[in-house]
Ligand binder design. Structure first.
Ligand code: G3P
Length: 214
C-alpha cells in the first residue's frame, strides 16, 4: 500500500519523507489556504521536492474550465495529478484530460458507483472520504470495501486512494482490504509508528543498560 501525505505544508511533507514512507502528496483548496502563501508558490515548492505523484485540485466547476485549469496545473511538474470533483461536469473533464494522458484523482467520492463512473471516465485514482462518512455516523470504510469489490469484479485498474483518513484504524483497515493508497495528515502517519509497549520496552532496556558494570 502506498502512503501519501494529505498536506500542503512543505515542512510536514519533508518530515514524512524523512520517515521513509512517503510515496506522494494530496492537497485540496482548504489545505492550500491554510499555508497562508500563494497557490503557485506552494504548488511549485511541493512539486519540486516530491518525486512521486502530487494531487493539485481544480477550483472550476464547469468542464471546459476544469480542463483548462488541469492543463495549467500540469505546468507545475510531470508528477502533477489533477484532482477533479465527482460531478457530471467533472466526469466530462476526466474523460478529456485522461484522454490526453493526464492522471486524474477523482475527489469527494461518497458512494461506490461514483467510483465506478470515475474509473470508466478514465481516472487514475478515486478518493473515497472515509472520515467525513464517519462524521455523519456512517461507516466510511464500507464504501472502500465495496469499491474494491467492484473494481476486482471487472479488473479495473483505477487505484483506490483512501482519503479523509483520520486515525490509525482507517489505515489498518485500508491495508487489510488491499486499498492501493492511503492519504493522511502527518500526525496520523506518526501515530502509526507508536505503541505504548514499544516505549515501555525501550525504557526498560535503557534503564537495565545503566545497571551494567562499566
Ligand atoms: O484531501 C481530502 C481529504 O483527505 C480531506 O480530509 O479530514 O478534511 O475530511 P478531511
Amino acid at each position: 500500500m502506498k502512503f501519501f501525505i494529505d498536506s500542503a505544508n512543505l515542512e510536514e511533507i519533508q518530515e514524512a519523507d524523512r520517515l521513509g514512507v512517503l510515496d506522494g502528496v494530496t492537497t485540496n483548496p482548504t489545505l492550500m489556504a491554510k499555508t497562508g502563501k500563494t497557490f503557485p508558490e506552494v504548488a511549485a515548492s511541493i512539486c519540486k521536492f516530491v518525486k512521486g505523484p502530487v494531487s493539485l485540485e481544480v477550483i472550476s466547476t464547469e468542464c471546459s474550465q476544469m480542463v483548462a485549469e488541469g492543463e495549467k496545473l500540469r505546468e507545475f511538474g510531470s508528477n502533477v495529478v489533477v484532482k477533479i470533483p465527482m460531478t457530471t461536469e467533472g466526469l466530462k473533464a476526466i474523460k478529456i484530460l485522461s484522454g490526453q494522458g493526464i492522471p486524474i484523482n477523482t475527489t469527494l467520492i461518497f458512494q461506490p458507483i461514483q467510483a465506478l463512473l470515475a474509473a470508466k471516465a478514465g481516472a487514475t485514482y478515486v478518493s473515497p472520504f472515509v472520515g467525513r462518512h464517519d462524521d455523519i455516523a456512517q461507516d466510511g470504510m464500507l464504501v472502500v470495501r465495496d469499491i474494491l469489490q467492484i473494481y476486482r469484479h471487472y479488473d479495473i485498474q483505477t487505484q483506490v486512494l483512501v482519503a479523509s483518513a483520520r486515525h490509525p484504524i482507517h489505515i489498518l483497515e485500508s491495508a487489510k482490504m488491499g486499498a492501493h493508497v492511503v492519504t493522511a495528515p502527518l500526525k496520523v502517519i506518526q501515530q502509526l509508528a507508536r505503541h505504548p509497549l514499544t516505549d515501555l520496552g525501550l525504557k526498560a532496556f535503557l534503564d537495565d543498560w545503566q545497571k551494567m558494570k562499566k
